[in-house]
Design a binder for this molecule. Structure first.
Ligand code: CA
Length: 217
């Protein structure tokens, strides 16, 4: 799961960044509206956290522009506590959710998780794939009822496949959702990640579609 965080307040930005990384997300960061608009337009994200008051281009303009261009990535806007007008404008411009500052990290994480689930049409935070269970809230995985230790990359791979159940996911798409913008795309990395997951979770779970990618049913 890869996120974009657009926030100009340095302290808040690094606090949110830390919490998201601890929750096993990969996070790209933008400090102003111009960089944020560009990243949101050119990279694939599972969700975007967008502050409204930003230098260069404000959040509402960025959001409106993305939606006009057909970019449908789920967006959570960060608003000032009492500004109901901002919330309404944000939602009507195409935001999927909002959070008023100051907020609790737990609430941010819970809302993000729900936002990402909903965008994949997944109702529950527990995904069951054969004998494997993925708990999207706790970010844990079990196999045959026993907890399995996964690295953050292994977890992200499995969670992304699980959220896109029955859809064949190419290595390129997986890479885009697993690593941040500085990662040098190399499909061997994905192959060895999948091999490690098969070792931990049984060989049948992740199927290879030759020339197309991977799928879980
Ligand atoms: Ca701001």
């Amino acid at each position: 799961m890869r996120l974009l965080l657009v926030e100009d307040d340095q302290a808040l930005r690094s606090e949110i960044h830390q919490s998201l990384t601890a929750a096993k997300y990969v996070v790209d960061v933008a400090e102003n509206g111009e960089d944020g608009a560009h990243l949101g337009e050119t990279c694939s994200y599972d969700a975007i956290i967008l502050d409204l008051g930003l230098p260069i281009i404000d959040g509402i303009s960025i959001l409106g522009d993305w939606r006009k261009k057909g970019i449908g990535t789920p967006v959570m806007i960060l608003t000032a506590r009492d500004s109901w007008r901002d919330k309404v404008r944000g939602l009507r411009t195409g935001a999927d959710d909002y959070l008023a500052k100051p907020f609790q990290t737990e609430e941010l994480l819970a809302r993000l998780e729900a936002l990402i689930r909903r965008s994949h049409g997944v109702a529950l935070s527990l995904i069951t794939l054969q004998s494997v269970q993925i708990d999207l809230s706790m970010k844990t995985v079990s196999f045959d009822g026993r907890p399995v230790q996964l690295t953050p990359n292994e977890y992200r791979t499995l969670a992304y496949l699980g959220l896109n159940r029955s859809r064949v996911i190419s290595k390129t798409e997986l890479t885009e959702h697993l690593y941040d913008q500085d990662f040098d795309l190399d499909s061997n990395v994905i192959e060895s990640l999948v091999a490690r997951l098969r070792k931990k979770l049984g060989g049948d779970l992740i199927k290879t579609k030759r020339g197309h990618g991977y799928v879980v049913e």
